[in-house]
Design a protein around this ligand. Sequence first.
Ligand SMILES: C[S@@+](CC[C@H](N)C(=O)[O-])C[C@H]1O[C@@H](n2cnc3c(N)ncnc32)[C@H](O)[C@@H]1O
Length: 270
Amino acid sequence: MNFSAILGLLTDLYLAFKFALVPSLLDTARQPSLLIRPIALSRIFMAHVWTAFGPGVDENSRLEKQKLITPYAHGVVLDAGAGHGHTMLYLDPAKVTKYVAVEPNADMHQHIRRKAAGAGFNEADGTLVLLGCGIEDIGTIRAALNANGPCVDTIVSVLTLCTVPEPQRTIQALVDDILRPGGAFLFYEHVLSHRADVAWWQQFWAPIWQIPFDGCRLDRPTHLWISEVRDSKKERTGSVWAAQNVWGKDGETEDTLFWHRAGNFVKRLD
Ligand SMILES: C[S@@+](CC[C@H](N)C(=O)[O-])C[C@H]1O[C@@H](n2cnc3c(N)ncnc32)[C@H](O)[C@@H]1O
């Protein structure tokens, strides 16, 4: 594998610390208890990183999101790990009735509300639902949507499933309990490479990378896990998907530790 791709990660780390270290230290000075709460501190660091880099990351993946989200997101759309709400920029207002942002990092909520106002979603009329829980908290999501069964037409996950705890169980629960039959699961994620040399370096860096970046793992085969979801509610062995389509990022070389896969999966109707 190309040596500069391996070391490129150090450049990313350097830039992240350059922009996020000072504000994170200031936050720690205001709340010294963060020193004994490393997960909360990592989340604050990530919020500052995303303020600096979120717009650039969005711009860099704009073409993929236009292909993935705009034509297929419809009805009630749940944005898993909404961040600053960049997904809203790709929603077709004629097709989307409600935007549900699930974002556990409260420092990001002000950005979501601002984007929602620009996109015509608001909490007063129920077209915006903003939840501060993790995507694994199925009970809270259902309660907020007043639903006993699957109630969402589209789940969108952009660069989030790298971070959620127990990802396979969470994906299964989202498909079983949240996504309606006939609904779409749309994702754009960096995943474990299919190349052994790249995967080795992803697995090498993953435990280090996750410390400052709120648990983000470089070594998850998320696209394969989604593809493997079975219908656990019914006595059958087949896939829960009626259709699935996975593709890569245009122009991306395989020699990268951030190897992206986009996918459009449709849940079976029966
Ligand atoms: C790299 S950002 C991507 C944000 C957004 N999806 C986008 O592409 O602009 C990952 C987001 O996932 C959120 N996140 C972390 N753990 C999560 C969890 N358990 N459930 C839902 N979101 C989570 C983070 O707070 C962060 O906003």
